[in-house]
Design a binder for this molecule. Structure first.
Ligand SMILES: CCC(=O)SCCNC(=O)CCNC(=O)[C@H](O)C(C)(C)COP(=O)(O)OP(=O)(O)OC[C@H]1O[C@@H](n2cnc3c(N)ncnc32)[C@H](O)[C@@H]1OP(=O)(O)O
Ligand SMILES: O=CC(=O)O
Ligand SMILES: [Mg+2]
Length: 356
């Protein structure tokens, strides 16, 4: 562990200064594509116009005999594409795999100036981030990069969850953490075969009303991921980095996907993965605060003046703490509206309406 005094020092001679703040850029959806799949690769220029983050995936979902093709595909796509404001991320293979060393060497050397964030799967503890941190510094120095690459960890092992706070604070490069419900379920020996989402067997039931234990007892499905997401959100917030929900594998069930994404949004996540083009707009909608919420938050802030004291607005008490809650919503809305004129107009229209 580095001492607090040299936490922000480069880990290799000639490497760029590590970041002190995570850049504020929209990342409502991290859209996964296989760079070795010609059909998906052909869609990248169009997807770049409608996504916040495009991620060239090299790990799971890419067949072992297509790993090199995916890596080479990502290099060509990165060199050939104008991504505009969209960030380009990659997910490299796991640190115990035969591919990760070549993934990192090739990508940093060839397209390090185009990549924003490198996602590391199956992170077990801070030691995994320390390894990547030093290696990236060496490679950045060799490639002559002037901007540091950021690192994103997937929370998908039982020991990763046990160590999530130290992972979140392991390096100034840490940009964020995503929940990986599929690998995490396997690592924990959970008995669900679904990729994210709920399970009809994980429920609570109301008490019996009479002698018949089966009569009139409503059941409520519970969220299998609540504990982990909440823990991840706290670990990220205390380290100034960003939490994300990961994959929702039932592509057809756009309704439950929206619910899962919204649970994560309400708990503090800033985005989720999209695995198929149909999930892009769901994430965009869910992870942008609604115009009605933004209008309300702006109104509370305006009526609270210097932000102290207590007032009643429409029968609801507001004070110093609720103003802070409202600022969270308004700050996010302003950040998103700055690059999205349609959203900016919707926020302004709702604000005017609430004022009239
Ligand atoms: C579970 C743990 C994890 O690690 S999750 C992260 C790893 N998994 C992934 O990255 C999966 C990414 N998604 C996919 O591979 C595909 O979307 C899957 C789920 C296989 C479905 O593909 P497919 O059967 O072709 O769907 P479809 O016929 O509805 O596709 C319509 C057109 O869209 C394309 N498409 C599909 N997915 C993407 C994508 N992620 N990015 C860009 N394009 C995509 C398809 O190629 C298809 O194109 P076309 O219309 O035939 O030209
Ligand atoms: O990588 C993601 C997961 O759910 O596993
Ligand atoms: Mg995984």
């Amino acid at each position: 562990m580095r001492s607090p005094k040299d936490f922000f020092a480069p880990l290799a001679v000639g490497a760029p200064q590590p970041p002190r703040q995570i850049p504020v850029r929209p990342s409502r959806m991290i859209h996964f594509f296989d760079p070795g799949n010609e059909k998906m690769a052909a869609k990248v220029p169009d997807l770049a116009k409608k996504t916040d983050v495009l991620l060239g995936n090299l790990e799971d979902a890419v067949r072992a005999d297509r790993k090199e093709a995916a890596r080479a595909g990502l290099v060509s796509i990165a060199k050939a594409t104008d991504f505009g404001r969209t960030q380009l991320w990659t997910r490299v293979n796991s640190l115990d795999s035969p591919w990760v060393l070549d993934d990192l060497i090739t990508l940093v050397t060839e397209i390090g100036d185009k990549l924003d964030v490198i996602m590391i799967p199956k992170v077990e503890g801070a030691q995994d981030i320390h390894y990547v941190d030093r290696l990236l510094a060496q490679l950045e120095a060799r490639a002559g990069l002037t901007e540091p690459l950021l690192v994103h960890a997937i929370l998908e092992t039982a020991s990763g969850v046990a160590n999530v706070e130290e992972i979140a604070g392991a390096s100034p490069r840490m940009q964020g953490i995503s929940l990986g419900p599929a690998d995490l379920a396997a690592s924990r020996r959970m008995k669900t075969t679904r990729v994210g989402g709920g399970h009809p067997g994980y429920l609570v039931r109301t008490d019996p009303v009479g002698e018949d234990l089966n009569e009139g007892r409503t059941t409520y499905q519970q969220d299998l991921w609540h504990y982990t997401v909440a823990r991840m959100v706290d670990a990220c917030a205390m380290n100034g980095i960003l939490p994300y929900y990961g994959p929702f594998g039932d592509i057809r069930d756009v309704v439950a996907c929206e619910d899962q994404f919204r649970n994560a949004f309400l708990l503090g996540c800033v985005g989720a993965w999209s695995l198929h083009p149909v999930q892009i707009d769901i994430a965009k909608k869910v992870f942008s605060p609604s115009p009605a919420d933004v209008a309300w938050a702006r109104r509370v802030i305006a009526e609270m003046g210097d932000g102290t004291g207590a007032v009643m607005i429409d029968g609801k008490m507001q004070d110093d703490a609720s103003v802070k809650q409202c600022r969270v919503v308004v700050e996010l809305a302003d950040e998103l509206a700055a690059t999205d004129p349609e959203l900016a107009a919707a926020y302004d229209a709702a604000t005017k309406e609430i004022q009239s």
